[in-house]
Design a protein around this ligand. Structure first.
Ligand code: PLP
Length: 425
């Protein structure tokens, strides 16, 4: 056990001590510098030490650092909500602020359940989600998540959820099948799952618009989410899109679902919302869901101590203002196209690179033992862990993930540079 009193993620080794951050770089206590090519875990969209965000946080702390939402609202939370509603998918009317992605997913699951209670449909108790997905580590989020390794130790204490196939063209689109046919096949699979569970029993289908950490940036085929939306509507099932990782500009539009031409009933965002300057996440809710709770119990039966934290809201508001002022969504698209070309140039000829995929500044490189058969490396080799420590030794932060226990999906390395990255970096 290294000399530490913090319970770290790994109990046998102590990570370097980060002491400073500026732009795309983090410095440790030994003076070593690390190029942050993954924004931590796709968080730091404005890089580190952004003066405008820090100034906004200082100003808010000077005015008011904290006020419990059981007693007060604050101007900064209201302004941030108004801004998010104004730029949200059609029909969004309200925002619920929490402290991160898992909390936001939990809130969305409970809001969806309460919506049906208010509507007099208490028999709706079941969630459907996807394999090879990640929605957070708290128990509800873990239950809908489809990361087998993360779920395994806790499986006996998770609520029951059904998992259908992810949209993973590299591995699961069949030969001779068009992207449209593949997307429709997946929507049919969802519909069959709804019918199996019972069409009046399902609360919601939960999916990441672009699969992130577990799947390695799997982008949906055209038409997949439109077909999914139709299935949900046909059965009165809500659609919850988790854009904790892929949202808030990362794929080149503020919300990834804009590119799919659909609006979810509940949209979950976090990471890029506050860019890591403060812990914050949010649920963007459609009017009819808020109306049902308002007309019904008049109360959302949920809550945490740090809901709508003023300093977190001030940080997020500043991050979002900088993105708009500096035209950073266009920059993500422009830099993303260059980044894509660079990745292909660097890795197309590498025998162990099976796939390079992504959107905007959200990319993954999937590693395979054999390119022709797409056979992944044996997960027991823990290739991802070796890639991460080797990259850190070279002064580079990337976000690798392991293959699945059953060897069905492979290792990948996720890259999510800040929107303000320079081309040389
Ligand atoms: N949902 C998705 C898609 C994520 O990628 C993550 C984190 O990586 C979460 C939820 C959980 O967010 P947090 O770690 O902030 O609780």
């Amino acid at each position: 056990m290294p000399n530490t009193q913090v319970i770290h993620r790994h109990l046998h080794h102590l990570p370097p001590t980060a002491v400073a951050g500026q732009g795309m770089w983090i410095t440790d206590s030994e003076g070593r510098r690390y190029l942050d090519a993954s924004g931590g875990a796709a968080v730091s969209c404005l890089g580190h030490g952004h003066p405008d965000v820090i100034a906004a946080m200082h100003a808010q702390i000077d005015k008011l650092a904290y006020a419990h939402t059981g007693f007060f609202t604050t101007d900064v939370a209201e302004e941030l909500a108004a801004r998010l509603v104004a730029t949200a998918p059609a029909g969004t009317s309200h925002v619920y602020f929490v402290s991160g992605g898992s909390e936001a997913v939990e809130a969305a699951l409970k809001m969806a359940r309460q919506y049906f209670l208010e509507k007099g449909e208490p028999q709706r108790t079941h969630f459907i989600a996807r394999r090879q997905s990640y929605h957070g580590n708290t128990l509800g989020a873990l239950a809908v998540g489809g990361n087998a390794w993360r779920r395994e130790p806790f499986a006996p204490i998770l609520i029951d959820a059904t998992h259908v196939s992810p949209c993973y063209p590299y591995r699961e689109q069949r030969e001779g099948e068009t992207p449209q046919q593949y997307g429709q096949r997946l929507a049919n699979e969802l519909e069959a799952a709804i019918e199996r569970v019972g069409r009046d029993k399902v609360i919601a289908f939960v999916a990441e618009t672009v699969g992130g950490a577990t799947a390695g940036v799997i982008t949906p085929v055209p038409g997949y989410f439109k077909a999914v939306r139709e299935v949900c509507d046909r059965h009165g099932v809500l659609l919850i899109l988790d854009e904790v990782m892929c949202g808030m500009g990362r794929t080149g539009t503020l919300h990834a679902c804009e590119q799919e031409g659909i609006a979810p009933d509940l949209l979950v965002v976090a990471k890029g919302l506050g860019g890591g300057y403060q812990p914050i996440g949010a649920v963007l809710a459609q009017q009819r869901i808020v109306d049902a709770m308002t007309r019904g119990s008049g109360f959302f039966q949920h809550g945490h101590t740090y809901l709508g934290h003023p300093v977190a809201c001030a940080a997020a508001l500043a991050v979002q203002k900088v993105i708009e002022r500096d035209g950073l969504l266009a920059r993500v698209r422009e830099l993303g196209a260059k980044f894509e070309a660079m990745l292909h140039e660097a890795f197309d000829s590498r025998v162990h690179v099976g796939d390079i995929r992504g959107r905007g500044l959200f990319w993954a490189v999937e590693l395979v033992e054999d390119r022709a058969s797409k056979r992944p490396f044996d997960p027991a080799r823990k290739l991802h862990a070796k890639v991460k420590s080797r990259a850190m030794a070279e002064g580079l932060m990337v976000y690798p993930m392991g293959g699945t226990v059953d060897g069905r999906y492979g290792d990948h390395v996720l890259l999510a540079p800040p929107f303000v990255a320079g081309e040389t970096e």
